[in-house]
Design a protein around this ligand. Structure first.
Ligand SMILES: CC(C)(COP(=O)(O)OP(=O)(O)OC[C@H]1O[C@@H](n2cnc3c(N)ncnc32)[C@H](O)[C@@H]1OP(=O)(O)O)[C@@H](O)C(=O)NCCC(=O)NCCS
Length: 443
């Protein structure tokens, strides 16, 4: 058994025992109360699921196993001359709770390179998808199609016992993560470069190889990919893509089916598609204003015009965060270092100067600050990746790391089928009426 798999087994074995003790001592304690507003309001903030790999604080933002993004940029090992952390290290951390050594990261990089192969059937399917299909849809279809290779599904059919679920889930997740950059790069080169594909280079780390297969070999872009793949990987369990993977996986669907479900959630404009929307919105603004260097006042007017149309300003707001997203700040930091004079980066920064006050002024937006999607497109475009409708695929490749690490934990902990309770409006009315009766009686 490889070191990562053995370490994961050790960690979840201990965790399983600890959870058993915790549940027997405190299982009946109330952890949350739910209001009718929350039932109608997208279940915001209800504490009702387990997610081990990361945790989100409204003010501070994301922590992966207790580490913030600035901390991880310092602490995660770098190889191949990287100046940004490698997502291999983050995956190790999310799966085991331990910071890996440089050798661990090298070994994992190699392991994924070994597993990175697409079958003739995978290629055939990708080739037959029309390039007019949105890249995110192509990506999701390809993940679904690879399901025929799921070891978990195969073993389940053969009568696998519960105690072995984790093992085959781990194998599927490792294979899937290894293959995703190949699939994504294949979709990219097919859709935008007339199928001029670039072979993987197994000597490169996971993100650098992805950049290489996209056709972007600049060392700075490889570093951007390492950072991008790290910061988009996980955002606790309640967000739509993570929660979908967790939910689908709880039916004992394998990693391929579960991840495809999550990718379809990520493809929505209120979630991962916002990175595409941000750039489209900026281009519409440039066209509307007739300048590529708009002033803050011009941007401010355009933002107000957008809001007056009744549409959201993409890249701003969040269901949980209540301060600027540290993932936005990490990308701004990267841009300050590498491309501060880029006109598109300048626009993103000017938008940041004006939007929060305007949104705040509306009096209804709970978080007027930028989220992760507000910055990513400008950076990608700076390095020549200007195809906006591919951006969510990049997000998806990264998001797979967190949701699949958690899926391994889901099966290791033998978490049950998810099945919350729904209510009809009639039942809510009855509930409210019964409360009124009780209040009247008690007065
Ligand atoms: C992320 C998002 C879906 C969160 O939704 P939420 O939790 O319902 O947000 P709020 O509670 O603050 O929403 C309250 C109101 O403010 C509006 N609002 C929130 N963000 C807004 C934005 N960026 N621009 C304009 N209005 C916004 C909502 O549409 C809602 O209006 P309504 O009451 O008329 O329906 C929302 O902020 C949004 O649509 N942002 C733009 C898309 C985006 O960047 N998505 C990526 C998220 S990582």
């Amino acid at each position: 058994m490889d070191k990562l798999k053995a370490l994961f087994k050790e960690r979840f074995t201990t965790a399983t025992e600890e959870i058993k003790v915790l549940l027997s001592a405190h299982g009946n304690e109330v952890i949350d109360e739910v209001t009718i507003d929350q039932v109608y309001g997208g279940m915001r903030g209800i504490k009702c699921m387990i997610w081990e790999t990361s945790s989100l604080d409204a003010q501070e933002g994301i922590r992966f196993r207790g580490f913030s993004i600035p901390e991880l940029r310092q602490l995660l090992p770098r190889i191949n001359g990287a100046t940004e952390p490698l997502p291999e290290g983050l995956f190790w951390l999310m799966l085991t709770g331990d910071l890996p050594t440089e050798d661990d990261v090298k070994a994992l990089s190699l392991e994924w390179a070994k597993r990175a192969r697409l079958s003739d059937a995978d290629i055939d399917l990708l080739d037959h998808m029309d390039s007019s299909i949105h890249p995110m849809t192509q990506f999701s279809i390809a993940i679904m199609a690879m399901q025929s290779t799921s070891l978990f599904a195969h073993e389940y059919e053969g009568g696998m016992t519960k105690s072995r679920y984790w093992e085959f889930m781990y194998e599927d997740c490792m294979n899937l993560i290894a293959k995703l950059p190949l699939v994504a790069a294949y979709v990219y080169r097919k859709t935008f470069y007339g199928s001029q594909h670039i072979a993987p280079d197994p000597k490169l780390d996971w993100s650098a190889n992805f950049a290489h297969m996209l056709g972007k070999d600049a060392p700075e872009f490889k570093d951007l990919m390492r950072l991008y793949m790290t910061i988009h990987a996980d955002h606790e369990g309640g967000n739509a893509s993570a929660h979908t993977v967790h939910l689908v996986g709880s039916t004992l669907s394998d990693a391929y089916l579960a991840l495809a479900g999550g990718m379809n959630a990520l493809a929505g404009p209120l979630h991962g598609l916002a990175n595409q929307e941000v750039m489209d919105w900026i281009y519409d603004m440039i066209e509307d204003l007739g300048t590529r260097t708009p002033t803050r006042d011009q941007i401010s007017d355009y933002v107000k015009k957008t809001i007056a149309k009744g549409v959201v300003v993409p890249g701003y707001g969040h269901a949980v965060l209540r301060s600027p997203d540290p993932r936005f700040l990490a990308q701004r930091d990267f841009a300050r270092k590498h491309c501060p004079d880029d006109p598109m980066v300048q626009i993103v920064w000017h938008v940041f100067d004006v939007v929060p006050d305007i949104l705040q002024g509306l009096g209804k937006v709970k978080n007027p600050w930028p989220n992760v999607d507000a910055h990513s497109g400008a950076l990608l475009e700076h390095y020549g990746l200007g195809e906006h409708n591919f951006y969510t695929v990049l997000f998806g490749v990264s998001r797979a790391l967190g949701v699949l690490a958690q899926l391994c934990w889901d099966r290791a902990l033998n978490l049950p089928l998810e099945r919350p309770k729904s209510l009809t409006t009639e039942e809510i009315r009855e509930f409210v009426a019964s409360k009124k009766v009780k209040t009247t009686l008690s007065v």
